[in-house]
Ligand binder design. Sequence first.
Ligand code: NAP
Length: 280
Amino acid sequence: MGEIINVKDIVEKRKILIRERIEKLKREKDIIPKLAVIIANSEEASRVYVGRKRKMCETLGILEEEYEFSEDITTEDVLREINRLNNDDTVNGILVQLPLFKHLDTSKILKAVLPTKDVDGFHPENFGNLIQGNGKIAPCTPKGVMTILKEIGANIEGKDAVVVGRSVIVGRPMAAMLTNAGATVTICHSKTKDLTNHTKRADILIVAVGVPHLIKENMVKENSIVIDIGINKVDGKLVGDVDTENVVKIAKSVTPVPGGVGLTTVHTLIENLMDLTEAV
Ligand code: NAP
């Protein structure tokens, strides 16, 4: 029987490190980091995510400003606001809360954020640096997974890692980070033939799909590490992409949902903000 990874403890430990960095910045450079958040959608879930980020900023004493737009906004209006924030020296990080209203040009808007203020790590320049193996700013969810792996003392080098899901914000950067850390990485997706054949040989299995309990106990390797990124609502309850209760009987360690990777995502955003602020 394996263990459920205690992600809450990991995040609490990392928060202490962030507080130390914030205090050092204040002491040595008299800077308090500031995050600007662009909200241009009407989705309830986005409000919840922004609320979590706001709360984390408040807890840590980080400045946070929100710029909320109504549906009649144009791409040009958003670009103008981003340009203003790019030129505001008091703003250290700009976050564009996704998804945007459908009529807006998401790609153009994400590219407009200066790479030096790109707190989400979505700018092609930061993404390119990540692929080249020298990027510090990376998308928050996969970067948070790397923190979990580090904190549980996972040995990544030379291991077989399988990432299920190839989205630009999760699966692809996750695979790049594991490659940079020395794993042999396979990426699976909806067109993959015989998924079990791949997942079953993974020493480290990362699942970011959005299908409740896709990964069953017969699909994982004994003593493996299984990281569940998926968040799905089933009968009003949050469940992951992994059948945790049964998979933990085979694997060595499994992250829970809720209370797993999601906790590290917001915290990693603040780590990115600190990296950007300290580089000023
Ligand atoms: P996405 O953009 O919808 O990508 C899903 C990926 O899963 C795609 O690559 C898709 O393949 C693949 N896929 C779909 N069905 C599959 C199947 N039956 N077998 C194998 N692969 C399959 O989703 P995402 O944004 O990456 O998010 C994935 C999950 O993570 C969602 O549940 C989301 O809510 C969650 N999430 C959690 C956090 C967090 O903080 N914990 C953050 C972000 C996302 P194709 O490319 O072929 O379509």
